[in-house]
Design a protein around this ligand. Structure first.
Ligand code: DAK
Length: 258
């Protein structure tokens, strides 16, 4: 295993566990962390002894979204050319099932990351939300499409337009979490599911995952494309710079509608 700085990697028999580990920034998804996460997931995906993956952020927080400090200096053209979404596409292309073990905040890109996984186990403390609107953006890593298909138009619209969060129990009711468990049982339950999947025929699991994903996403491409261009476009707005800067300065943003 390579040395990672921002994640922890563990093998438990046939289950590979990747833990986001940037606690001082609430696991904000800056590029070095995302790169390490993708590399670790791909390396487990290529390992014949691993049959299922668990992705977690530990007990305190899953991930508080993309790194607003990293994004603060980004122009619309930077966003387009950096093509950081390629990392997210690589997560989407992992062939083995990924179980998200979510505790604490799963916000913005954190919520979108959980939704890229195949099964979501939530701890009682989990909170899901798409707060990008509060910093002058919109979800940029699939949230407008995946949350809408999962929770339905009206709940997704409310969450995305207001930035309101939902707790673990509402997430379960809305189909955004498979089950809710006490925090101390979160990893155990996620791994238990991983062990269960590891007993199944791997090729069937792989093809079943792909087919279910296809059913979920068959017309998603157009939506994602639109979302991505809109997201990049927002970096040309004064309000996104104001929103992000206000977050960093710890003050209330003043939006001028430009
Ligand atoms: N980015 C950077 N730093 C963050 C952060 C973030 N998203 N969230 C928290 N932190 C940092 C804080 O700045 C603080 O650092 P210091 O001030 O101590 O240096 C530290 O983590 C602890 O945070 P707080 O002091 O704020 O902790 P609280 O418990 O008071 O509040 C909170 C927790 C999660 C409610 C709050 O931190 C918060 O509102 N965070 C921002 C949440 C947010 O707006 N997230 C959405 C970001 S936009 C894409 C890929 C991804 C995305 C889009 C496109 N492509 C590749 C195209 C995703 C976009 C987003 O996620």
């Amino acid at each position: 295993m390579p040395d990672y700085e921002y994640i922890l990697v563990e093998r438990d028999g046939p289950v590979g566990v990747v833990t986001l580990n940037r606690p001082q920034a609430l696991n904000a998804l800056f590029t070095p962390l995302v790169r390490e996460m993708v590399e670790a997931l791909e390396s487990f995906d290529a390992d014949p002894e691993i049959r299922a993956l668990v992705l977690t952020g530990g007990l305190r927080v899953f991930a508080a979204g993309a790194d607003l400090k990293e994004m603060s200096s980004q122009s619309a053209v930077d966003a387009l050319l950096n093509n950081r979404i390629a990392y997210w596409d690589r997560v989407r292309n992992i062939a083995k099932p990924i179980i998200a073990a979510v505790s604490g905040y799963a916000l913005g890109g954190g919520c979108e990351l959980a939704m890229l996984c195949d099964i979501i186990v939530a701890s009682e403390t989990a909170r899901f939300g798409q707060p990008e609107i509060n910093v002058g953006l919109i979800p940029g890593a699939g949230g407008t499409q995946r949350l809408t298909r999962t929770a339905g138009k009206y709940k997704a619209m409310e969450m995305i337009l207001t930035g309101a969060q939902i707790d673990a129990f509402e997430a379960e009711r809305r189909g955004l979490a498979n089950r809710v468990v006490p925090p101390e049982l979160l990893l155990e339950e996620a791994k238990r599911l991983g062990f269960e999947l590891a007993e199944k025929p791997p090729i069937s699991v792989r093809l079943a995952k792909r087919a279910v994903t296809k059913a979920f996403e068959s017309t998603i491409e157009a939506g994602i494309e639109l979302e991505r261009l809109s997201f990049y476009f927002l970096f040309a707005s004064e309000d996104s710079h104001e929103g992000i800067q206000a977050f960093i300065d710890k003050r209330k943003p003043e939006y001028g509608g430009r």
